[in-house]
Design a protein around this ligand. Structure first.
Ligand SMILES: NC(=O)c1ccc[n+]([C@@H]2O[C@H](COP(=O)([O-])OP(=O)(O)OC[C@H]3O[C@@H](n4cnc5c(N)ncnc54)[C@H](O)[C@@H]3O)[C@@H](O)[C@H]2O)c1
Length: 258
């Protein structure tokens, strides 16, 4: 069945993978992204291969942008949508440096308030039982220093997930995915600055590798599938088992070096 998907942060990274993956399966995609160039590039590429993809440029931290985006979708698709994927977020430092009060709030507007607002705007417009998938992070559950703005947003979206699942019963199922280390370079037009991946990086993942955006796309597809409708209000961590590793000083060659 052809479904209508709404994806935030769809021009690059995991979001672009989701746009391309679900479009290739014949679904209709509406995505929003703040970066005009990759948005236009992706739309052109999708139209060249006749796929049903509409891109919208805007900052999802802005309430008006979200309202206009949803209005456009509902004018073109009065029947509503099937799946909402709240994917966009960004990092903005923390308490040690580079994170003012306004920076902190900005990340919460993108990472928590926009997913809430989109759920609010679409709540009367899901076709049948809808599916909302929120992209969280393993950083919702563990931290490095100076990551407060992002970590708080990820904790927020994880808790928002179970709250929405309870409030929206009969309207939409709501689940989240917490990715670990996902290498997104294949889904960026511009080369991304990534630290080189070492053998130790690979080996510290019980799965023996770091993740790729398709790992996330497959899980989103699984959560959106009505056959899995008993999964609701749940978070699935997809990190190759890395956050399950218990680390003590001098265990397995690990040393604590503050
Ligand atoms: N890549 C990872 O290792 C990883 C790990 C855990 C969680 N995640 C989560 O997965 C999601 C996607 O991450 P990614 O690595 O693909 O990121 P990315 O930076 O590669 O892509 C994010 C996209 O979202 C867009 N975006 C950011 N802020 C926006 C805003 N205010 N309005 C509209 N668009 C906006 C960006 O322009 C970009 O196209 C995020 O929620 C991120 O927190 C990623």
């Amino acid at each position: 069945m052809n479904k209508n998907f709404v994806i935030t942060g769809g021009a690059a990274g995991i979001g672009r993978c989701l746009v391309e993956y679900f479009a290739a399966k014949g679904h209709t995609i509406y995505f929003i992204d703040k970066d005009p160039e990759p948005t236009e590039e992706l739309i052109k590429r999708m139209h060249r291969i006749n796929q049903q993809v509409t891109g919208y440029v805007g900052d999802i931290a802005e309430k008006e942008t979200l309202e206009k985006f949803v209005q456009k979708i509902l004018i073109e698709h009065p029947e509503g949508i099937h799946c909402l994927i709240n994917n966009a977020c960004l990092m903005h430092g923390g308490i040690l440096k580079d994170c003012s009060y306004d920076d902190f709030l900005y990340v919460q507007r993108i990472g928590v308030a926009a997913p809430y607002m989109l759920a609010l705007l679409f709540k009367e417009h899901f076709c049948g039982l809808g599916s909302i998938v929120n992209i969280s992070s393993t950083r919702a559950f563990q931290s490095q220093p100076n990551t407060e703005s992002y970590t708080a947003a990820k904790g927020g979206i994880t808790a928002l997930t179970h709250a929405l699942a309870i409030s929206l019963q009969g309207i939409a199922r709501v689940n989240s995915i917490a990715p670990g280390w996902i290498d997104t370079k294949d889904y960026h037009d511009e080369p991304t600055i990534n630290q080189p991946v070492t053998n130790s990086d690979l080996e510290q993942h019980p799965s023996g590798r770091i993740g790729n955006p398709m790992d996330i796309a497959h899980a989103v597809e699984f959560l959106c599938d009505e056959q899995n409708s008993f999964i609701n209000g749940e978070n699935i961590t997809i990190d190759g088992g890395m956050s399950r590793l218990m680390v003590y000083h001098n265990d397995y060659g690990w040393t604590y070096n503050k």
